[in-house]
Structure formats: structure tokens, C-alpha cells
Design a binder for this molecule. Structure first.
Ligand SMILES: Cc1ncc(COP(=O)(O)O)c(C=O)c1O
Length: 355
């Protein structure tokens, strides 16, 4: 029997371990509610939300080491990655363009390549799940429009060697895109070299609706030069503004306003505190799991991948834990803001009981 919509309630985050969504910040929720009917896709009409979008893009630029950023708040990391490839394809001087990405790249690049008619060349990662620079160098050629580096991979939380990938891209005359959709809100507080401080980085994905604590949907695409958005711009005769660079037309004012609010509230100190909390929790959890004899992939960012026997994995799922696996079969635990030490203590107790 169907539940009346008015009685449906979203599930709690109490047992959600593998998702990259989380509880939005209260300021983000409140801002979202105020802008539910505003359309940032029509900035001439909805000027207030357009101003908030500019604020959000400037703040995202600060996180990612770029003064005067170009970009917009996307529907998520997928749209940002699609548009990064879209711009690279439009700017490339190649009849048969290709994109080279490590196999750790998010599946949104498969969607992007299919949609855009670009050949996706996926190359192996090294033994520690980072892009293998030699393999990337071997895969690029004169038709390579884009090289992709991941700064915080979805499965293992790994940061690719962005400066080395930048050299490969520059030698090939290709653009370089960094996918920091998830990792971008942690990385400013680490020693990693991942952002626009690397000169060859042209575009970057960084999603407020993940660790940024905006509401869904709020992703982010940033670009160093105006030519990227120019390459995406479509003329929009019936709107008050002449062109649009986003993939979608009408966009979520709630997402945009919430991104601006979360960034205003949390950048930089709130995000720093959260990074330190989550990183400490990841190290603690990795030790706890290792002590129990499970093989753990040492965390770099707050994400722990661990080999669990099939039976234990199934029993934990049956007990309500929302766990997913990497392509190689490890369970992934993402230390998102809603994941607390007490929640993990309960999880470990269930693992001890069920394993
Ligand atoms: C590194 C990375 N890029 C892109 C995406 C896609 O983001 P979205 O689901 O917001 O489209 C994800 C999602 O988890 C991701 O982890």
C-alpha cells in the first residue's frame, strides 16, 4: 500500500556509512527554504539568487586557490564533470577528441564521454589506487582534449599526483580537470597539492552538497579562464540575459542559496574542524578494524575501505547499516559529517557480534 506523501519521512543518517550525502547545515536548510522558487538559470529575473551564486563561486574559488573564479553551482559532481569535458571538447582542435582518466575516476566521466561523443581512455591506477602517471602519459596523444585527475577518489579517497598529471597534460597540449567533488572541502587543510595553485589546472569540480553541507542539489564547477564558460555558452533569446553556460535550464535556487549559506557559515574554520574530526575518526576506525584482523586500505582522506567477509557484509546490511562495496569488493565507510564515534562504536559492536 502506498504511504500518503504527507506522512513520508526521509530516512535518518543513523546507519548511513557509504553515502557522500549528509545532514545539511541549519543555515543551509534555512536558506534553501527561502529560495525554493527562485531560478538561478534566469539571473536577469532572479537577481538575488544570482548574487548568492556569485558569492558561492567566489568562496569555492578561495577553497580551491583561485582568485576571480569563473563557474557556477551545478546540479552535482556529474554535471560539473560533464561540463568540464564539454568545454574541453568544444575548445579542442581535434576531429576525434579523447579524454584520459584513471580507472578511479567517477562513472560520471563515462556518461560525459558517451553524451559528448568523446573517446574515454581509462588507464590503470598504481598499487595504492592513485593515477599511474606513466600510464596516463602513454595514453595521451595529439587528439587528447582533457586529462582528468581525481583529488579524493570515490572508492578509496586517494589524491592523484596532480602536478605530474599537469606536466603530462601540458606536454600533450590537453586541458587538465581535477575532480575534487568530495575531497575539495578537506584538502585545503592537508599538504596535498591539488588545486589551481598548479598552473595547468583549467577546471575543477567541488561539490557543496557533499562535505560542504549544502542541501542537494549543489555541485560546483570552477574554471580558471573565461574561455571555459564561453565555450559552453548557448544563446537564450527569451530570457533577460543573453546566454547560459549550465547544462540544465531552470536550476535549484534552494541548492544555490544553501551553498552560499553553508560556505559563509563554515569556510574556513568550520570545515577545518570537520576535517580534523573526520580524519581522526578515520584513523581510529582503521586501527579498530585492523586490530580485528580485517585488511584495511590506509586512509588518506576520511574514507576507510576494508575487506569484510561476505557473510559479515550481508549481516551488517541486514542489520540496517547502509554499506556499499568498491569495485574490488571492499566495504567503504565514508566519514561524512553525520558519522560519529558513537555510531561507529555501535557498528563495530554489530561487526563483532555478526562476523
Ligand atoms: C569524486 C566524485 N566525482 C563526482 C561524483 C558525482 O557527484 P554527483 O553524485 O553529485 O553527481 C562523485 C559522487 O560521489 C564523486 O565521488
Amino acid at each position: 500500500m502506498q504511504q500518503p506523501v504527507g506522512e513520508a519521512r526521509p530516512q535518518s543518517f543513523d546507519r548511513v556509512l557509504s553515502s557522500m550525502c549528509t545532514d545539511p547545515h541549519p543555515a543551509a536548510r534555512a536558506a534553501a527554504e527561502r529560495f525554493l522558487a527562485s531560478n538561478p538559470g534566469d539571473p536577469g529575473t532572479y537577481g538575488t539568487v544570482a548574487d548568492l551564486e556569485s558569492d558561492a563561486v567566489v568562496a569555492l574559488g578561495e577553497l580551491a586557490g583561485l582568485a576571480d573564479p569563473n563557474g557556477y553551482v551545478t546540479s552535482g559532481g556529474t554535471e560539473a564533470n560533464v561540463q568540464a569535458l564539454h568545454a574541453a571538447r568544444n575548445l579542442a582542435d581535434a576531429t576525434d577528441p579523447n579524454v584520459v582518466a584513471p580507472e578511479s575516476a567517477h562513472f560520471s566521466f563515462t556518461k560525459a564521454a558517451e553524451l559528448l561523443g568523446v573517446e574515454l581512455r581509462t588507464v590503470p591506477t598504481d598499487e595504492d589506487h592513485r593515477a599511474d602517471v606513466d600510464a596516463v602519459a602513454a595514453a595521451v596523444d595529439d587528439d587528447t582534449a582533457l586529462v582528468v585527475g581525481v583529488a579524493g577518489s570515490t572508492e578509496y579517497g586517494r589524491v592523484d599526483p596532480i602536478p605530474a598529471l599537469a606536466d603530462v597534460a601540458a606536454d600533450a597540449g590537453a586541458r587538465l580537470h581535477v575532480d575534487a567533488a568530495w575531497g575539495g572541502f578537506y584538502l585545503p587543510f592537508t599538504d596535498a597539492v591539488w588545486d589551481f595553485s598548479v598552473e595547468a589546472v583549467d577546471t575543477l569540480t567541488i561539490d557543496p552538497h557533499k562535505v560542504g553541507r549544502a542541501v542537494v542539489p549543489a555541485g560546483g564547477l570552477l574554471a580558471r579562464e573565461t574561455e571555459t564558460l564561453d565555450a559552453l555558452a548557448i544563446s537564450t533569446p527569451y530570457l533577460e540575459t543573453p546566454s547560459q553556460a549550465s547544462l540544465t535550464g531552470t536550476r535549484s535556487g534552494a541548492g544555490v542559496a544553501s551553498a552560499a549559506a553553508a560556505l559563509r557559515e563554515l569556510w574556513p574554520d568550520g570545515y577545518r574542524v570537520e576535517y580534523e574530526r573526520a580524519a581522526g575518526l578515520a584513523d581510529w576506525l582503521a586501527d579498530e578494524l585492523s586490530d580485528r584482523g580485517h585488511a584495511v586500505v590506509e586512509p588518506e582522506l576520511p574514507l576507510v575501505a576494508v575487506d569484510l567477509p561476505d557473510e559479515a557484509f550481508g549481516a551488517l546490511r541486514d542489520a540496517g547499516w547502509k554499506l556499499a562495496r568498491t569495485g574490488s569488493g571492499e566495504a567503504r565507510i565514508v566519514l561524512m559529517p553525520h558519522v560519529s564515534r558513537s555510531m561507529l562504536t555501535e557498528f563495530l559492536a554489530d561487526l563483532d557480534r555478526l562476523a
